[in-house]
Design a protein around this ligand. Sequence first.
Ligand SMILES: Cc1cc2nc3c(=O)[nH]c(=O)nc-3n(C[C@H](O)[C@H](O)[C@H](O)COP(=O)(O)OP(=O)(O)OC[C@H]3O[C@@H](n4cnc5c(N)ncnc54)[C@H](O)[C@@H]3O)c2cc1C
Length: 441
Amino acid sequence: MGQEPAAGAPETAVVVIGAGLSGLVAARELRRQGVEVVVLEADDRLGGRALSETTPLGSRVDLGGQWIGHDHHRITALAAELGVQKFTMHTGTLPTVLDGSRRLPLWSPSLLFTGVVIAAVEVLALVGAPRRCNTLTLAEGLGKLPGHTSRRLLELAALISWTADPDRFSIHAMTKMIRKQGGLRTSLATRGGAQEALLVEGFGAVVDAIAAELGDRVRSGHRVTSITQGEDGVTVATTAGPVRASKVIVTVPPPNLRHIDFDPPLPEHRAALARNTYMGSVYKAIAVYDRPFWRDRSNAEFLVLDAPGRAIFDTSPPAGPGHLCVLVGGPEARALDHLDPAERRAALFGTLTEHLGPEVLEPVSWHEKAWHLDEYTGGGYLALPDPGTTEGVVPLDSTPVGDIHWAGTESAGDHAGYFEGAVESGTRAAAEVVATLTHRN
Ligand SMILES: Cc1cc2nc3c(=O)[nH]c(=O)nc-3n(C[C@H](O)[C@H](O)[C@H](O)COP(=O)(O)OP(=O)(O)OC[C@H]3O[C@@H](n4cnc5c(N)ncnc54)[C@H](O)[C@@H]3O)c2cc1C
């Protein structure tokens, strides 16, 4: 790509591509084992799908990943080791479903069928969906269900849980993912589930702490354009010059591998993984208030059925201020792109005034990000397989290709898509590399 491969001895033992959590964890593990490493990150900032901002009130909000699930032991241990404080989210037993101005209890007749379908999907995830379900899309499956309101609630739960386009996500891929993420009840639940806890200083504090340990081994603004494997190592070409190493760990989300040239070309199953997957679409915003004023009258955990369908959570840290988090997934997230921030806020919070009070429209600050517009990650929460294809259905094949090893949350054996999976994959890839380097010496 316009650069002569650098000749001579490798500059470092290992190059890690991507400074998201998996890449930073891999590099940290390598350093702990005494292996020299350079981390190359395309963006000017570190963290990838972890992104924290400081609010005018001094609190921290996570615009990317934020929750730690009850069974996410690796990320819990890492945060504790780095001195980043975890807190349990303020939550009720179940969210309130809003349909226009109506509050619908989950046991209301129009929603009764929802529970039956959730139970059936849980069973399907356990026993495995039949193969023909790999071409049956979520949109087609939902279309077969009776009851408009039940159907819409299930669609919304899916949009928020997986950020997929319902007509581009197979029932087979969905049930495999549910199984690997610990079951449907766990995926959907707050207390006792995947949305149980957050970090007071945000995930940015985890990123900053690891980056500080690694120092100038981490190079931002280095977009990798090609990876050339030779007999005497690997040459990684970047927009800021090449780096040579003995081994490479790639953490870039699978669909984004299409932007990197491989020489020799990737084997067919790897190339197909890049070709047949896409990143989910997700919009996230956090509104910040002096205090969580809504708690005087109501919980603020909602599933809002009218478009744009959205989930709202009270993610306020224990000592305040008030944080209200809103998530919109799939095509409904992309539909917000043409609005300006004030219009988006009105579209997302306008109907909440009668439930939470007029103050909800006057936050101290508003923090937002449309991940599907992010240049380098390309979306979130994770890469999704096209219906009828198999390479991107979890668990992915992470067998090394020559001197190239694979990390990134998508490659995790379990909890793919979560920070937990990012930590697992970074640790596993570092161990693979250490084992082969030791074997060579
Ligand atoms: C809105 C949102 C909400 C989420 N919520 C949660 C949650 O509550 N809990 C949870 O556990 N998880 C959540 N996730 C998922 C979680 O953020 C991810 O699982 C995790 O951050 C992935 O880390 P990673 O290192 O695998 O990938 P990434 O963070 O995507 O890191 C890959 C890195 O590679 C870089 N890169 C890409 N191309 C190149 C290139 N050519 N050259 C060099 N660098 C390149 C990217 O810039 C990026 O920094 C959420 C994600 C999003 C977007």
